[in-house]
Structures are given as C-alpha cells and as structure tokens.
Design a binder for this molecule. Structure first.
Ligand code: CP
Ligand code: NVA
Length: 301
C-alpha cells in the first residue's frame, strides 16, 4: 500500500519522480480547457473519496478536477455529515470506505486521524492537511519554484511568520530535496521540537531574508488555532509581515509564495502578493498538477 502521508515518509527518489511527473503532465495539457480529459486516463473506472473535516477551496477543487481529468470519479464528503463525526471509529470508517473507493484523501484535525485511516484502509490514503502538516501544498510549491527558478537543491528558503503545519512540511522537504530553510518568527510561535535540525532560526526578519531565493509566509491564525488567540498572535507576528521592504532585502529574483487563503495586509501586503516576485497563482494552479502526480504514485498508474 502506497500512502502519501507526509514528505518525510516518502523517499527523495519518489518525491522527485512525483515532481517530474507533475511537470510532464502539466505540459502535456497546456492550453486545453480544464475539463479536457488527459490522453491516457490513468484513473479510468476509479472512485476517489475526498473527506473534509475543515473548510477548503484549493484542495477540494484541485483534487476533484484532477481526478476527473484522469478519468476517475469523486465523492466530496464533509466529515460532519458522515457517521465519522457521530461516533463511528476511524478504523471502521476506513474499512468500509475501502470497499467502495480506490483512494481516500482526507483533511482533518489531529494527525492521529490520518494515521489511523491509513492503518485500517486497504486503499491508499493521501494527507490533505492536518494540524501538523500539509504535504500536498509543498509538492505544489517545489514544482512552482523549479518552474521559475530551476532546481531547489542548495537554494535558500525563508519562512517568515508562524511555525505552523505548512512550515512543518517545508521543513520535511528541506531535508528530502536538500535546500536550506530559515525560520524567522517569534520564539513563542517556534515550530514544534520534532522539526529541530531541519532548519535554522534567525530571529530578525531583515537579517533572515538576506540572500533568500524564496520567501514564504502563511496565515497568522490557522484553522486549528482558537479564535481567542487571534489578537495575541497578530501582536506577536506583526513584525514578520512580508512587505516590499522585507522583499527588497532578499535576492532580486527571489520568489514570494503563500499557500492561500491569505489575509491581505496582515501576513503579507497586497503590494507583495500582487507584485513581480509573487508566484501565488501558479502555486495554486500547481496543486492540481502536483496532486495528480501524487495520486498516480499512490495507485501506481
Ligand atoms: N492552500 C490550501 O490548502 O487551500 P485550501 O484550504 O483552500 O484547500
Ligand atoms: N496553516 C493554514 C493552512 C491553510 C491551507 C491552516 O492550517 O489553516
């Protein structure tokens, strides 16, 4: 069984294969209407369940469109409408779903839910975001970086802001794809200790971004963070906003990324988001191409 649970549990060779495949598949359908089926229909006759316990725009639509382009069928399910949200165990849900569908993508809260789904499912399971990680996002980000600025190996990536789930997948990727990752953010929002050794910390954002090939940020309040923490987080993170002044200290051709959804003029200014270094729309599009390659990898198609 080939699950896609995290960047650090997938080998560098497999990750590289997925990125290269995504680029090839993207090129093969360039310029075609979004509903045009791919020539080879690798997911023909396949059913895919997309389960969401949290909101989503990009993950939901890119997976749905991607499966259809590859000739498969999708069911987009809300966790709270399933018995899963009313006491049926994850293990039992996994066993039952495996009798109906060929692949499961789940966006959930606790990582344990994802791991249990994978343990008891007899079909591949893909991580569509947990409180701890967001590996599909980072596959799209690597694809996007390499399209614009070539191989990411040896490059300097600076994360400015909250040491959250998206950062964690970047940290895993830094090791697997061999790039340098710098975290700049308040000590109170430092990434979890399990990621120690995968990145370096530079507390001053102006110092951190010097020589950066890529500057990345994300929302200051994630879906799993209590709304009561909003003001405190904003106060702690304000100094880490990605604005034109900060970007001017990175390399001239440094890219700017944000997984979206963004809170404009909080974590990043509109000037940067809509500016010449920003690749956020390519990043969003590449969710589609990267995830199609992830699904083919899981199903060995
Ligand atoms: N970046 C991302 O995963 O977006 P959604 O929450 O809209 O899926
Ligand atoms: N860190 C954000 C990412 C959203 C795609 C969250 O978990 O809400």
């Amino acid at each position: 069984m080939t699950h896609f649970l995290d960047i650090n549990t997938t080998s560098p060779a497999d990750l590289r294969g997925i990125i290269d495949n995504a680029a090839t598949m993207k090129a093969a359908r360039a310029g075609q209407p979004k509903g045009t089926p791919d020539a080879d229909l690798p997911l023909a006759n396949h059913m895919v369940a997309l389960i969401f316990e949290k909101p989503s725009t990009r993950t939901r639509i890119s997976f749905d469109v991607g499966v259809r382009q590859m000739g498969g069928e999708t069911m987009v399910l809300s966790g709270k409408d399933m018995q899963l949200g009313h006491g049926e165990t994850i293990a039992d849900t996994a066993r039952v779903l495996s009798r109906y569908v060929d692949l499961i993508m789940i966006r959930t809260f606790e990582e344990q839910t994802l791991l249990e789904m994978a343990e008891y499912a007899s079909v591949p399971v893909i991580n569509g975001l947990t409180d701890r990680t967001h590996p599909c996002q980072i596959m799209a980000d690597i694809l996007t970086f390499e399209e614009h600025n070539g191989p990411i190996k040896g490059k300097k990536v600076v994360w400015s802001g909250d040491g959250n789930n998206v950062f964690a997948s970047f940290a895993h990727a830094a090791k697997q794809f061999d790039f340098d990752l710098v975290f700049t953010g308040p000590e109170t929002l430092q990434p979890e200790a399990a990621l120690d050794g995968l990145y370096t910390t530079v507390r001053d954002p102006n110092e951190a971004v010097q020589g950066a090939d890529l500057v990345v940020t994300d929302t200051w309040v994630s879906m799993h963070d209590p709304q009561s923490a909003r003001e405190r987080r904003h106060n702690q993170l304000r100094g880490y906003q990605v604005n034109a002044d900060l970007m001017s200290k990175a390399k001239d051709d440094a890219l700017f990324m944000h997984c979206l959804p963004a809170h404009r003029d909080d974590e990043a200014t509109s000037e940067v988001m809509d500016g010449p270094n920003s690749v956020i729309w390519d990043e969003a599009e590449n969710r589609l191409h990267a995830q199609k390659a992830v699904m083919r990898f899981c199903l060995d198609k």
